[in-house]
Design a protein around this ligand. Structure first.
Ligand SMILES: [Zn+2]
Ligand SMILES: [Zn+2]
Length: 332
């Protein structure tokens, strides 16, 4: 039996364990990938901390996977050995539920998610359903491409949900997703207002370097009303702060999968057609769209590499807000 090294979540709330485990075999519609890099996403932190229900038992996390195809299942079309591919959060959908039939596969009732309800990329090898894998733009090396696969993809879906006629865009939480979306927004001529943890002057300077016209603490008001805001920080009270900051008709998009409770607030903050909405998961069309946009901008990702066995360190630093850009696990 062939084996591999992986970081395994035996129980939520406990650190990942560095283990030697069986190397997976690809099914007929799957690819076996040698993982080159895997991004560390805030969702991984929510899974490891037990804030999301029902993860797979003995889970290998990680859903921003860049790998090379080493074996191709018999029914796979469009991929060959040696191809470099990206594997995102959406790992499988049924194709038959009422959401799938209406082009809303991000809401599929039977979906499987990479690194949550199926094994992900905190490992030397992984298998992925080829129908949900992407060919990656040539311009990116594996490490800089990894954050595109969730921070980029779901960030971009959130960005589109913020509306088409947005000039002043607020980004709350200036981490992996915001640092990518700020570049896209600026490329499209929009003004980015970056909100960080209060007092995080390094984070604010990072946002200004990426072209933000204004950066400040999330407890402060921007100098002008915003047309829309995207919340990447998992802090419910920021929904209220963002509603206070958006103009009439403005949208507040909650981009994360988990957030602390939203405190009650006066109706006048929602009045005048302000909208609060969430964004869940991605569709394959979102992936194709963003991976076409990224090299045009071009999006350049800021990454902090970690070896596979230091995944807990990467997660802890993400929890502490101590990552500039995106943390990425890099395999040998
Ligand atoms: Zn479905
Ligand atoms: Zn993610």
């Amino acid at each position: 039996m062939k084996t591999m090294h992986a970081m395994v979540l035996e129980a939520p709330g406990r650190p990942l364990q560095y283990r030697e485990v069986p190397r997976p075999e690809p099914g007929p519609s799957e690819l076996l990938l040698k993982v080159q890099a895997c991004g560390v996403c805030r969702t991984d932190l929510h899974i490891v901390d037990g804030e999301l229900p029902g993860p797979k038992r003995s889970l290998i996390p990680g859903h921003e996977i860049v790998g090379t195809v080493v074996q191709v299942g018999g029914e796979v079309k469009g991929f060959a050995r040696g191809d470099r591919v990206g594997v995102p959060w959406l790992g499988w959908t049924c194709g038959t539920c009422r959401y799938c039939r209406r082009d809303r596969e991000n809401l599929c009732e039977n979906a499987l998610f990479t690194g949550y309800t199926r094994d992900g990329g905190y490992a030397e090898y992984t298998v992925a359903d080829a129908r949900f894998c992407f060919h990656l733009p040539e311009a990116y090396d594996p490490v800089s491409a990894a954050p595109l696969l969730c921070a980029g993809l779901i960030g971009h879906r959130s960005y589109r949900m913020a509306g088409e006629h947005v000039q002043r865009l607020g980004l709350y939480g200036f981490g992996a997703a915001a640092h990518i979306i700020a570049q896209v927004a600026r490329h499209q001529g929009r003004d980015v207002y970056a909100f960080t943890r209060p007092g995080d002057e390094a984070g604010q300077a990072f946002a200004r370097r990426l072209g933000a016209v204004w950066a400040g603490g999330s407890d402060t008001r921007p100098p002008h009303p915003l047309d829309a805001a995207i919340l990447f920080a998992p802090v419910g009270s920021l929904v209220v702060r963002a509603l206070e900051a958006v103009d009439k008709g403005g949208t507040v998009v909650c981009a994360g999968i988990h957030m602390s409770d939203i405190p009650s607030f006066p109706y006048r903050l929602l009045w005048e057609e302000r909208v609060v909405r969430s964004v869940a998961n991605l569709t394959r069309a979102d992936g194709e769209a963003f991976l076409a946009v990224a090299p045009e901008v071009p999006v350049r990702t800021a990454v902090q590499p970690f070896p596979l066995h230091e995944a807990n360190d990467a997660l802890n630093r993400l929890r502490d807000g101590d990552i500039e850009g995106a943390a990425v696990l890099v395999m040998e």
